[in-house]
Design a protein around this ligand. Structure first.
Ligand code: CO8
Length: 372
């Protein structure tokens, strides 16, 4: 059974925040904090909050700006977190809303109707509630029969979701699967932490996976194989969850939000990802030089440059390994999917491409694909 990715969709939020805007709000907040705690800081019992800098952010990460579902609250120094008014049970949830927008774009690109889809997977870093599954809400809204489920694998949710879709289509469990990655991450960002306030942006991506024999779209990519690995690490972690209430914890505590040991992640994940990718393409008798395009996870530009250099023995061009970090920032599992969405239409029949995620877990997931 030949299985293809037959359509790709992207929903980009209407709002964005530049480094300069973000830094200016953070620095004003730091001034206010330092003033409020002046005595304790002078007495040495508290540390002053240091300034953030737009130059540092761009140099350390490659990020210039990030898209965001709602700017409200994030730049308000009395608040420093986004505002998402709670919706009633009979209204569409925010996460389903952005998932549906990306899903519709993917269905259109794949020339598919709701009736052609048998399963919906929503795979991302967080879901806004445990149940009913966001995937089932999306399924209902789009009028899809069959089944849906959510899965969380942090940075590798999107690739791991595609892996499951590939297996389901190959096994005949579903004729076609919609895999959606509504990465609504801004509620989990600590905008008062200069080490991480700049890293993430919101987005939603989606793909249709189906049998080659039913695919009619213009841009089809045969999935040649999938490869995944996980290795436990506490270097990227969030402790917020359904136990938080029973644990009587403060939801604003640093460890309840996204936090990481960025240096260690960099050092440990780069070699793991390069070795993973090298062995994955070798499974097909290919060398890295024979891959036309690398749609890599978008966490940090220096990470991508280093991984590409390890693979190719030289710098990769932007055409070989496109970067979307500058505009989108790190979008959790959706980064490689955005890169694919924006950079696949020029590929020629027979060209080989690799989709790859790496990050929290640790988790690494890849797919080797061939343009049809
Ligand atoms: N402005 C000015 N200075 C700063 C700032 C800032 N904003 N931030 C840090 N500094 C300072 C530091 O305090 C440090 O100062 P000092 O030398 O005095 O201690 C100095 O700059 C250097 O800091 P770092 O060593 O931390 O700087 P790096 O060059 O290592 O860059 C990065 C930091 C960008 C975080 C980098 O280490 C990195 O990107 N590492 C990889 C991290 C990574 O890939 N993480 C994966 C992210 S997780 C993911 O993709 C999905 C998770 C699930 C989704 C969560 C959504 C919320």
């Amino acid at each position: 059974q030949t299985v293809v990715i037959s359509g790709s969709g992207l929903w980009t939020p209407p709002y964005s925040i530049s480094n300069e805007e973000l830094v200016s709000a953070y620095n004003a907040w730091a001034d206010q904090y330092n003033q409020e705690h002046q005595q304790a800081i002078e007495a040495g019992s508290m540390e002053a909050k240091p300034y953030s800098s737009a130059e540092f952010i761009e140099k350390a990460s490659g990020i210039k700006s990030r898209y965001i579902y709602s700017r409200e609250g994030v730049l308000d120094i009395q608040r420093m977190y986004p505002s998402f008014p709670e919706r009633a049970d009979d209204e569409i949830s925010q996460q389903a809303e952005i998932a549906i927008a990306a899903a519709k774009a993917a269905l259109q690109a794949a020339n598919k109707q709701a009736a052609d889809i048998d399963a919906v997977i929503v795979s991302c870093a967080y879901t806004q509630r445990a149940y009913p599954a966001i995937a089932i809400e999306v399924q209902e809204a789009l009028g899809i029969e069959g089944f849906g489920f959510d899965m969380l694998v942090a940075c590798s949710a999107a690739t791991f979701g595609l892996h499951r879709a590939y297996e389901m289509v190959k096994a005949g469990t579903a004729r076609a699967v919609l895999v959606i990655n509504p990465e609504l991450v801004s509620p989990q960002i600590n905008y008062t932490d200069r080490d991480s306030h700049f890293i993430f942006g919101d987005v939603a991506t989606a793909k249709v996976v189906e049998r080659a024999e039913t695919a009619t779209s213009e841009h089809q990519f045969e999935i040649l194989s999938t490869k995944a690995v996980t290795k436990f690490s506490n270097n990227i972690r969030s402790n917020f969850g359904f136990m938080s209430r029973a644990q009587d914890v403060d939801p604003f505590a640093i460890d309840k939000l996204f936090h990481q040991n960025g240096r260690s992640v960099f050092k440990e994940v780069c070699p793991m990802a390069a070795a993973h990718l090298e062995s994955h393409v070798a499974q097909h008798g290919l060398s890295a030089a024979e891959v036309r395009r690398w749609w890599l996870h978008q966490a940090n530009i220096n990470m991508n440059l280093l991984i590409a250099k390890k693979l190719l023995g030289r710098d990769a061009s932007a055409d070989e390994a496109p970067i979307v970090l500058d505009r989108y920032a790190n979008t959790a599992s959706a980064g490689s999917m955005i890169a694919f969405n924006l950079h696949h239409q020029d590929m020629q029949a027979g060209d080989i491409g690799v989709l790859c995620s790496f990050g929290a877990g640790y988790s690494i997931g890849s797919l080797v694909v061939r343009k049809r």
